[in-house]
Write a protein of this length. Structure first.
Length: 457
């Protein structure tokens, strides 16, 4: 085995496919594909990268750029921001933050949040800042399989608007970018941006290309079965589907389909967050996401997320379609400012407290639990990702929380248990349960906020 963990298994006889790294470490970001000098990596039906052992020349580069096995937070923080450690909280380092939305109401409506990402990309193409945007759309012949797309026009960018809560090895698009002239902006969740950063380290010409990075906050993605099993539960054959929406309709959106005859159907009564996604997360989130601490895409030029902050009445503020933006680099800040001044977007400044309020509820999930899981796997002799961050031993409270959390994932392991849970979640009973849960959450938030307010007085 080489120093960085690459095991040239193809030299041995084996019958299994040879994956770039063990599957339970792979985030399926796609970064290993563009670095391969002989183009011998393809993606299986679950989007894991598989090596063609007949053509592989055993250079180890694919493993070298892999953020799934190793991503050095300390070195990357030092390089991008001149500090050794990420700050407390999930926001990472940013120069300024804004609550934003696209000024074109159609773009705002098409986006998952405020259409900010699509509108920024459109503005950047129109102003000549970039030649094309690297986004995620759907396969032309398969409306439920997300795939990387290179967009040169406003229409192309708008056609790929909206979050695809599904595994997609988006960074593989860099293989095509290498062959093209011009400037690009790349949209991606944390692990995809991390893959790009590692690619830049190994393949220097990429640094000169100055790809602008727009990060998307990410609690966890979903396996494609999350989509296919939901459709089969609703008895909707894939052949009848023209388009799939993870957040269709009014903000914050619902899982929806558009049928070939132009009908829009909701797949769940409640919005994506309090309804479908929250449930599907427990059934279809890849194990690798549960070990990932990069919630806010900490190494992008700008990071974009929803603004899940509640008011004193317990309801979400700004329900009309907004996106929160954090500008991390000079370049990110400059471009956001330029787009604002040119009238593409509206951006209202947010303070650090407001940013943190939007992320607080996921702190344990993304900054504590991943390391509790990593330490537990180590005790079991299982492979773990390396982040080069100091890890504190878990407290009793961490372990208790993790035990409860793991219990919510037990139905994810088998198809029949997942399907059983889908029947329960999406039944009449499940709907009443969701409605009560939503009211309870709003009540709890309202009580907490009112207590905080009265303490301040
Ligand atoms: C898997 C995933 C998980 C997310 N989890 C959270 C979360 O927990 N909390 C939170 O606040 N926000 C989360 N987001 C971000 C949020 O859903 C919105 O994407 C974000 O707020 C931007 O909204 P917008 O309207 O400005 O973007 P839009 O104008 O809708 O543009 C979205 C852009 O993202 C691209 N895109 C869509 N899916 C993917 C993908 N899988 N990989 C790479 N690019 C993609 C689209 O092609 C488009 O260019 C997540 C996004 C994804 C893709
Ligand atoms: S070891 Fe080199 S040749 Fe083989 S798959 Fe990886 S990058 Fe390609
Ligand atoms: S680079 Fe990305 S897709 Fe390739 S093996 Fe690593 S995590 Fe998986
Ligand atoms: S949770 Fe982390 S590993 Fe999973 S998709 Fe999001 S950024 Fe990638």
């Amino acid at each position: 085995m080489s120093e960085d963990g690459y095991l040239p298994l193809h030299k041995q006889q084996h019958s299994e496919p040879l994956y770039v790294v063990p599957k339970d470490l792979c985030t399926r970001c796609g970064a290993c594909d563009p670095i391969c000098p002989v183009d011998c990596i393809s993606f299986d039906k679950h989007k894991y990268p598989v090596i063609d052992t007949k053509t592989c020349v055993d250079c180890g580069l694919c493993v070298k750029v892999c953020p799934g096995i190793d991503f050095d937070y300390t070195a990357q923080y030092q390089k991008m921001f001149g500090v050794e450690q990420p700050p407390e909280g999930l926001g990472g380092i940013y120069k300024s933050a804004f609550l934003t939305f696209a000024n074109n109401p159609q773009v705002q409506a098409e986006g998952s949040g405020g259409g900010l990402v699509s509108q920024l990309l459109i503005g950047m193409v129109k102003e000549g800042i970039i030649d094309a945007a690297l986004t995620v759309g759907y396969e032309p012949e398969d409306p439920i399989t997300p795939t990387p797309v290179i967009c040169h026009t406003e229409a192309e960018i708008r056609a790929t608007a909206g979050s695809k809560y599904c595994v997609v090895p988006h960074a593989k698009v860099i293989r095509d970018v290498k062959k093209l002239e011009g400037k690009f902006a790349f949209v991606g969740v944390g692990c995809q941006i991390e893959g790009l950063r590692k690619l830049e380290k190994v393949y220097k010409p990429l640094v000169r290309r100055e790809i602008f990075t727009i990060g998307l906050a990410c609690h966890g993605t979903l396996e494609k079965e999350g989509t296919t099993e939901l459709l089969s539960h609703r008895r909707l054959p894939q052949e009848k589907i023209k388009r799939f929406f993870y957040r269709g309709g009014n903000f914050p959106g619902k899982f929806q389909i558009e049928t070939l005859d132009g009908q829009r159907l909701d797949l769940h009564r409640f919005d994506y967050k309090d309804g479908a996604y929250n449930y599907l997360y427990h059934l279809y989130t890849p194990q690798r996401c549960l070990m990932c601490p990069d919630y806010s895409a900490e190494f992008a030029d700008i990071s974009v997320s929803d603004f899940w902050v509640r008011g004193e009445d317990g309801e979400y503020l700004h329900p009309e379609g907004t996106s929160m933006v954090m500008c991390r680099t000079e370049r990110g800040q400059k471009i956001l400012q330029q787009m604002r001044e040119s009238g593409y977007i509206t951006a209202m400044p947010l303070g650090q407290q407001e940013v943190e309020a939007s992320f607080d509820h996921l702190y344990r999930d993304k900054r504590v639990s991943p390391f509790v899981r990593i330490q537990w796997r180590e005790t079991q002799g299982l492979s773990v990702p390396q982040y080069h961050l100091p890890i504190s031993p878990p407290t009793k409270e961490d372990l208790r929380h993790e035990g409860l959390r793991q219990a919510t994932f037990i139905f994810s392991k088998r198809k029949w248990t997942r399907q059983l849970m889908l029947v329960i979640f999406f039944s009449r009973f499940g709907e009443v349960f969701t409605a009560v849960k939503m009211r309870y959450k709003a009540f709890k938030a309202s009580r907490r906020l009112r207590k905080q307010a009265s303490k301040k007085k």
